[in-house]
Design a protein around this ligand. Structure first.
Ligand code: TA6
Length: 279
């Protein structure tokens, strides 16, 4: 079943229910903000203070950070780009079988986007909802000049408690610590005891979020970098759309092309960033 719905304030989203799972995708941002297999806890964390307001990114789910990750060279531009606050166009839905539904949304250049980033483009989001969640972001350069792209599927994962989790799969990977501004090398698994904001490079195998109650496996394609983030106590209090104790309930593991894992697309070239979530 695929239904077009609106929240009380008119915020539009698509609800998908099949034999495997339920998912919800907002037209603003092409933003998957809910995914849960039936009789399981939601895979994605969603803030109970998220406003679902036009022009403001939903806090939680999978924000699409595009066409730049983090701050642009021009720091007057919005952090993490403009895709996550733009209205996307619904293109198609296909119920492949009773357990799998495929949804496609599109964002393309506009007067507004050209004023922020002067390139013609097409951005396609392909989402496959089954007993896994597959998300593919296809960037096509429709311009006459090449452009540089950084991006991330900024996934917020729902956890039992921050003290119960650790991350496997990044041992001996180099990372930039955004807090100390230092280049470091990961030693062993990642545990959370303070604010953590790191961009890992040379990512070449699945990342596993180990929780008391389940493991979540993140498989990436078209990406050599991954961001690991938890705001911890003080930053959480400063974050919009988050309660003071929100840091206890989520970890961000972001499938990215960030920092020196940037992409250069020549005219008519395309890039595929793909993430498969299994739990
Ligand atoms: O991906 C980590 C990060 O860059 C953090 O530094 C923090 O800013 C987070 O993204 C959330 O950013 P947002 O713009 O969604 O508030």
């Amino acid at each position: 079943m695929v239904e077009f719905k609106k929240r009380e304030n008119g915020f539009e989203y698509i609800e998908i229910v099949n034999e495997s799972a339920t998912a919800k995708i907002a037209l603003q941002g092409g933003h998957i903000f809910y995914y849960a297999q039936h009789d399981k806890e939601p895979l994605l964390w969603l803030s109970d203070e998220s406003e679902f307001k036009l022009g403001k990114a939903i806090r939680g789910g999978i924000p699409v950070c595009w066409p730049w990750f983090g701050m642009s060279e021009d720091d007057s531009l919005p952090q993490h780009g403009f895709a996550r606050t733009s209205m996307w166009e619904f293109i198609s839905s296909k119920e492949k079988n009773s357990k799998t539904t495929q949804i496609t949304l599109k964002l393309t250049h506009s007067k507004e986007s050209l004023s922020l980033w002067n390139y013609h483009f097409e951005l396609l989001l392909h989402v496959s909802i089954s007993d896994s969640l597959e998300v593919e972001l296809k960037t096509i350069n429709l311009d006459k000049k090449e452009f540089k792209l950084t991006q991330a599927l900024h996934s917020y994962f729902n956890i039992s408690h921050i003290k119960n989790v650790h991350i496997k799969g990044l041992h001996v990977k180099p990372y930039f610590d955004a807090l100390t501004k230092k280049q470091c090398l990961q030693d062993g698994d990642i545990y959370f005891t303070k604010e953590t904001d790191r961009v890992y490079q040379e990512v070449d195998k699945p990342i596993i979020l180990v929780d008391k109650t389940r493991d979540i496996t993140i498989k990436n394609e078209g990406s050599d970098s991954a961001v690991i983030w938890n705001p911890w106590i003080d930053k959480c209090k400063r974050m919009s759309g988050m309660s003071d104790d929100a840091y206890l309930g989520f970890v961000c593991i972001e499938t990215a092309n960030a920092f020196n894992d940037f992409i250069i697309l020549k005219p008519q070239e395309f890039h595929l960033l793909k993430m498969i979530l299994l739990s």
